[in-house]
Write a protein that binds this ligand. Structure first.
Ligand SMILES: Nc1ncnc2c1ncn2[C@@H]1O[C@H](COP(=O)(O)OP(=O)(O)O)[C@@H](O)[C@H]1O
Ligand SMILES: [Mg+2]
Length: 322
């Protein structure tokens, strides 16, 4: 908006909170809600720097792609080449890269939805079975995934209590009152009211749905959670709250998180280590601390410079440079 608009109308709950020239909105916002919106997009300079635990997932030299295998043992449409990543307990490793760089493909490989053509994966020091259909119940329980689109990941006709209850029964054999009790605990964990258990998913907001998706992943009590663009479909304020929740949950539960996003500021604020993907290859892999200060590989620099800032002259200055 800062790049496009001369004047900005701020809406909340169907009412106009503020209607002002762009410069006023950015520098001198009148309404507290406008200031909330602004602070949710402001780039945080903080980075996490955790004391690392033991290695949970150790991925080495993955090659993967789509289509049939060629005689040389390569996929017909190669996407990922030589990707390695290691995530420790309590650690978040971020993966960034533009759309099409192979982030979701990599998540699918870890989740077992797309077995790799080459390379190895260790889960808690044991070889991880490539395809999800061949994985043991314990392997499935250890790796959980949260997807971008909260809407399609949840059946709108199902009750929240059933959605959270299913993994509790499947992985942990919980039934009846014990299961109900645990559903309530999970709802509290993701800061939702416990009476939501009786509500159908279709009647929830986007942010609530994404909290349910997180709670469902946590129900399994995994050691790794894969988060693929989990905030991309949410507005900035709701997205910031989800990120904060993720950070809190990780500190509390000491899980390993693989956090995928095309949004650099999100990755910077949450991740201990950051991998930059470009055309299926790792172009940079550094600690969050190092990432905050540089130096950057040329592609990383380009990514950083492609983020519109809250500066109305940003787009013009980009265009005059081009
Ligand atoms: N099922 C598929 N068959 C063939 N190519 C695919 C398939 N899914 C994704 N791709 C291709 O793989 C590349 C990486 O896609 P993806 O992993 O979704 O990237 P990202 O998540 O970074 O946006 C893209 O070029 C995309 O077109
Ligand atoms: Mg993707």
């Amino acid at each position: 908006m800062a790049q496009i608009a001369d004047q900005i109308l701020v809406l909340q709950n169907g009412r106009v909170m503020e209607n002002n020239p762009t410069a006023t909105i950015l520098n001198n916002a009148e309404h507290v809600y406008t200031r909330q919106l602004l602070s949710a997009v402001q780039d945080s300079d903080g980075y996490k720097d955790n004391a690392p635990g033991e290695v949970v997932i150790d991925i080495n030299n993955i090659e993967a792609g789509y289509g049939r295998m060629t005689k040389q043992g390569k996929p017909e449409i190669p996407i990922l080449s030589d990707i390695s990543m290691r995530v420790r307990r309590g650690q978040t490793v971020g993966i960034i890269g533009e759309s099409g760089s192979g982030k979701s493909t990599f998540a699918r490989v870890i989740a077992g939805l797309l077995p790799a053509a080459n390379g190895s994966m260790l889960l808690n020091n044991k070889e991880l079975t490539p395809a999800i259909v061949d994985r043991s119940k314990a392997e499935c329980q250890q790796i959980q995934m949260v997807f971008q689109n909260a809407d399609t990941a949840l059946n709108p006709a199902h009750k929240v209590g059933d959605i959270l209850g299913r993994p509790l029964t499947f992985f942990h054999g919980l039934k009846g009152a014990a299961r109900k009790q645990r559903v309530a605990e999970l709802l509290e964990l993701v800061k939702l009211p416990t009476d939501l258990a009786d509500r159908k998913c279709g009647a929830l907001s986007g942010g609530q749905k994404q909290r349910i998706n997180l709670a469902r992943a946590l129900a399994a009590e995994p050691s790794v959670i894969l988060c693929d663009e989990v905030t991309s479909a949410l507005d900035t304020v709701v997205a910031a709250a989800i990120l904060e929740l993720l950070g809190e949950l990780q500190a509390k539960l000491n899980i390993a998180i693989v956090f995928i996003s095309h949004d650099i500021s999100t990755v910077k604020s949450l991740c201990d280590e950051i991998m930059v993907l470009y055309k299926g290859k790792t172009v940079q892999y550094t600690s969050g601390k190092q990432f905050a200060s540089g130096p950057y590989e040329p592609y990383t620099e380009l990514l950083l410079n492609s983020v519109p800032t809250l500066d109305p002259t940003w787009l013009d200055s980009r265009q005059s440079r081009a």
